[in-house]
Design a protein around this ligand. Structure first.
Ligand code: DHB
Length: 391
């Protein structure tokens, strides 16, 4: 098949780019190895920045983030047994929306259905060839084992951390900038009422805990843990006692725990975001640790820039934006890297933390909560940096 833009990966980045290109009159074909059920059930974080909501408002008119999601005007940081609120609305005039990523995916798939988008699921990309020509080809296989070849002007790698795109742009060693962390999160979903009106990020002597939410009856919470911890290492009662011990300032509402998972922490930025006519967006280009829930928001920012570049190319406006895509995208990518790294290191005790490290870290938290400048710095990063002139 022939299309203008071949997109590998039907996650938030690939699907959103398909919708944006459609609006510009640019054709695309999206392939993904997963089934629709797998895509709709991918469990990821739940925070949308204001700028992400602005993009959804413009591109996915029937999205449900404003109706089924929850607007949050602040968060609470807990340490030394007390809560400290960061009031985003008062500090920076912005808010975030609690709306999980799989709901965004469902909204994007509904929008794609409505326009009869060419999205081929259960199709596995094996290779991209002819990247030194003007018509690169994606070589793929359908679920029945039939070969599928997509001839394009441009290829977009939106297939995440483990997809083929990262290596196609950065070589088999997947060159890039990399950082690991000596801890992970143990996440649960529980059937319970919300314990607090906003998210609580707690840095306790026993380690970090995050009290997040999903809706009136389902809550999402995380405990800092050892990366090797088995998901069934603790009973429900032990889990609840541990959460309560780490969040002493709030009495937690307990309920049955119906899902458990362990999330690895990693920071990564690929060395290159472009190889000729192929571009990387989202997790194929970079990874953040979960603290602060930046992942999907940075992916949306990449897509906004790449869409502008492709629009200019097809409208005869030249390739200046394609040529500066990598440099432009990396500015926000690295800001989000820093924010996620900073929130992570400020809130978590490393296993080898000394008393010096601990006291310094608590002072860092005080530097944030005790001054308006500090609170504002956090609020700006958490709610995201506004983009201008993307439409
Ligand atoms: C959630 C995840 C995060 O990493 C975070 O910082 C906030 C919320 C969540 O899954 O709800």
């Amino acid at each position: 098949i022939r299309t203008q833009v071949g997109i590998i990966g039907a996650g938030p980045a690939g699907l959103l780019l398909g919708e944006m290109l459609e609006r510009e009159g640019i054709s695309s074909v999206i392939i993904d190895t997963r089934t629709r059920e797998d895509i709709e059930q991918t469990i990821r974080a739940g925070i949308l920045e204001q700028s992400t909501i602005d993009v959804l408002d413009a591109i996915v008119p029937n999205h449900r983030a404003r109706t089924a999601g929850y607007r949050h005007e602040g968060i609470e940081l807990d340490f030394d047994g007390a809560g400290h609120r960061i009031d985003f609305e008062a500090l920076v005039g912005q808010a975030v929306y609690l709306y999980p990523q799989h709901e965004v995916l469902i909204d994007l798939l509904v929008a794609a259905d409505a326009r009869n988008a060419d999205i081929r699921l259960e199709v596995t990309a094996n290779d991209v060839v002819d990247l030194d020509t003007a018509t690169p080809r994606i070589l793929a296989t359908t679920k029945d084992g039939e070969p599928l070849e997509i001839v394009c002007d441009f290829v977009v790698g939106a297939d995440g951390t483990r997809g083929i795109s990262r290596a196609l742009v950065n070589g088999a060693r997947r060159e890039g900038h990399f950082r690991e962390y000596p801890f992970a999160w143990f996440g649960i979903l529980t059937e319970a009422a919300p314990s607090a009106p906003e998210l609580i990020y707690a840095a306790s002597e026993r380690g970090f805990a995050l009290i997040s939410q999903r809706n009136e009856t389902v809550q999402r919470m995380y405990l800092q843990c050892d990366p090797e911890m088995p998901v069934d290492a603790m009973t429900d009662d032990e889990i609840w006692d541990e959460f309560q011990a780490r969040v002493p300032a709030t009495e937690l509402k307990r309920g049955p725990i119906f899902q458990r998972d362990v999330l690895r922490f990693r920071s990564f930025v690929a060395a290159k975001l472009r190889n000729g006519p192929m571009f990387l967006v989202g997790d194929s280009a970079h990874t953040v640790p979960p603290t602060g829930a930046k992942g999907m928001n940075v992916a949306v920012a990449d897509v906004v820039l790449l869409n502008r570049a492709l629009r200019e190319h097809y409208a005869g406006g030249g390739d200046a934006f394609l040529d500066s895509y990598e440099e432009d995208a990396l500015v926000r990518i690295w800001k989000a890297q820093h924010f996620s790294y900073w929130m992570t290191s400020m809130l978590h005790a490393a296993p080898n933390e000394t008393s010096y490290d601990h006291n310094r870290r608590i002072a860092e938290l005080r530097t944030v909560t005790d001054s308006e400048a500090g609170r504002k710095f956090l609020a700006e990063g958490y709610t995201g940096w506004q983009f201008a002139g993307w439409e």
